[in-house]
Design a protein around this ligand. Structure first.
Ligand SMILES: [Zn+2]
Length: 310
């Protein structure tokens, strides 16, 4: 059986454009249109990440360039639909050979301290914002900083604005205090678009059991990341499924999805690109995951979340 797939994080747009590759097809990137169609990926979050060292406003202008590229892809192909509203979401889910793209921004450094930019990006179809990359910005503190100040006052405005605009708050890369500050304020589910379990593999970018519980309580989702450094010593599917097991055990079966991090890192070897995602099914079956549960992980949990945001 070929499951539909929703994946909440990849860095393919910047990798493809920076290397002058074709989005339609190429044999270098983990993700391109041909591979997405082949794998039955129905919705792919495309993260726009701009190098943290590029100052504002250049980083913002650069982000616009990649967003414009995504719209060019859509214009040139009947197989691509950027999901801007519920009708797009339904269209994508009900039509074979159509891949939906959700535009996300990775790192609020590109907005500096301008709430108007968030509102404009939302009008441009940006649906999700990862509050920080690894370091601090004017919204919040990232996970690799030594001093953890959490959300700034401006960051608190950002959370309220995102809630009002129905934008998805993404806490991957956030520091602990940022994470808990967001929990205090948000009125909507949050996601950790590409993170794993800190219990299975201790790493600053992975989530503690307590964090997993909180995300689950809010009806949010953790997107399973395939980066070998986050997965752990054995860089295999077995270890990856250990993370899934732990997250299901702690947060329940509704809070797990995929957040591959394709084209942004060295993924575990068996998952050579998005056409290999089916390999995870065998290991899930071996551990007595039934069809319903596998479907939830592959796409239904995310579809359920998205139906609340569109
Ligand atoms: Zn990332």
């Amino acid at each position: 059986m070929k499951y539909k797939i929703i994946d909440s994080h990849c860095d393919s747009i910047t990798r493809i454009e920076d290397n002058n590759l074709s989005f339609d097809d190429n044999n270098i990137t983990h993700i391109n249109l041909n591979k997405l169609l082949k794998s039955n990926v129905k919705i792919q979050f495309m993260a726009v990440y701009i190098d943290y060292n590029i100052p504002f406003p250049e980083c913002y202008f650069k982000a616009l360039k990649y967003i414009n590229k995504l719209y060019e892809y859509e214009k040139n192909s009947s197989n691509i639909r950027i999901i801007k509203d519920k009708s797009d979401l339904n269209y994508v889910m009900n039509n074979e050979n159509v891949v939906g793209i959700i535009i996300s921004i990775e790192g609020a450094h590109i907005i500096d301290d301008n709430i108007e930019i968030i509102k404009s990006l939302n009008i441009l179809g940006v649906k999700s914002l990862t509050l920080t990359w690894n370091y601090k910005n004017k919204v919040a503190c990232g996970t690799m900083e030594n001093i953890d100040f959490g959300l700034t006052d401006f960051g608190k405005d950002v959370i309220a604005t995102m809630n009002n605009l129905n934008m998805i708050i993404d806490v991957s890369h956030s520091s602990y205090k940022t994470f808990y500050d967001v929990l205090q304020l948000t009125k909507q589910p949050i996601i950790a678009s590409h993170s794993l379990s800190n219990y299975i593999n201790e790493h600053k970018r992975n989530l503690t059991d307590a964090q997993i519980k909180e995300i689950s309580k809010l009806d949010g989702i953790i997107g399973i990341n395939f980066y070998e450094e986050f997965v752990g010593k054995n860089k295999d599917i077995n270890s990856l499924v250990d993370h899934i097991d732990r997250i299901v055990h702690i947060g329940g079966s509704n809070c797990v999805g995929f957040g591959s991090d394709f084209d942004g890192c060295k993924v575990i070897d068996p998952l050579k690109d998005c056409t290999y995602l089916y390999l995870i099914i065998d290991e899930l079956l071996k551990r007595n995951y039934n069809n319903d549960l596998i479907e939830k992980i592959y796409y239904k949990n995310y579809l359920n979340l998205l139906s609340k945001f569109y």
